[in-house]
Design a protein around this ligand. Sequence first.
Ligand code: FAD
Ligand code: MG
Length: 362
Amino acid sequence: MQGIDGLHPEKDGLKMKIARRAPILAVIILVLSAAVIIAWPRRHEATFYPIGVIPFRIVAYERTAFQFRDDLEAVTARMAELVAVFNRHDPTSELARMNDKARSVPFEVGTDMLRIFELSRKWHRETNGAFDPSVGPLIDLWKGAGANKRLPTADEIAVARHKAGLDLVTTMGNGKISFTREGANLDFGAIAKGYMTDEAALVLKQRGVKRGLVQAGGDTLAFGDGTFRIGIQDPTAKSGEGIVGTIEMSAGAISTSGSYERFIEIDGERYSHIVDPRTGSPVDNGVVSATVIARTSTDADAIATALMVLGLSDSIDLIKRLERVEAILILRGSDDYDVWASASLVPRLTLGPDWLGRVHLF
Ligand code: FAD
Ligand code: MG
């Protein structure tokens, strides 16, 4: 029945009741939705920065928001612990203190330092000395050269080389490390980030994460079921702004080392941050990037740096010799780039159109 002035008394009364309760209903719906979002296990990801500007990204599947909040807290705490051990640039870190003290007295180190030292020794052996954490004095020399814009002299290089060499470092068997020559010191920059990636994944696994991914700059570790697509940085593009292609990965690690970043520049010439222990000078062998696929991120990180030193031919020999290790090397030729990849990667490797015609398999 139509009322006067178009009013519907009963209907309007009901509408007013609903209108009055609408905010309460909206709040109930919101609270229920939020509860479902928080309590429902799903994929979560977060990025944090334990080392300067290097992004650490963690991805965990099938976690509630509360679980992931605690996962992230546990991982960041463990990363802070490891930075306090391995940050050579911080004089209070365990590594800096060891570099300072072990010159005169054996220095007692913690479990992480001992583990990374033993793994470094292993990769030093396996790579015929190309991976060498004792290049610290040479790194310092070339860093200083970059800052002063002056190339080191042959004498300066010889002096720094005299202080490098793993034979100058001894472990006492009781968790103590000492240097047998004044000026010797260690730099784990080529392996510590990989180790941190493995440790971050271990924390997640210990907390019950069944499937996840940890990415620390150029080091990635995936675990659990399922596959991930990881991009390979284009050495001719800015960091994060171009890829050569992608690799499909199930559980395992992938690390990239490159001369295209962290280089120093003197008189318009670029010099790599990776030093060839055999010459004491930055590598200059045409390899612009080395990507390694291995079981652990620690191994992949160390091997990738070693390939940058070894050059194409010795890198191929090493990769063929190692079990369950694959690699992709990008080389700069006289006027273009070439890609060299393990033949076993073919089913998992997708290259962009610009790179497809330049692949060689080994
Ligand atoms: P990679 O190829 O994996 O490693 C290259 C690095 O390894 C070089 O920079 C050098 O340090 C070392 N190296 C060079 N030649 C060799 C060789 N032949 N064998 C073995 N090692 C070699 N950087 C800063 O500038 N400031 C910081 O405060 C700082 N804090 C850090 C804290 C931690 C805990 C770690 C792990 C790293 C930190 N770094 C810092 C970064 C570090 O100095 C390196 O730049 C970085 O680890 C290089 O990683 P990459 O993957 O780019 O290259
Ligand atoms: Mg490395």
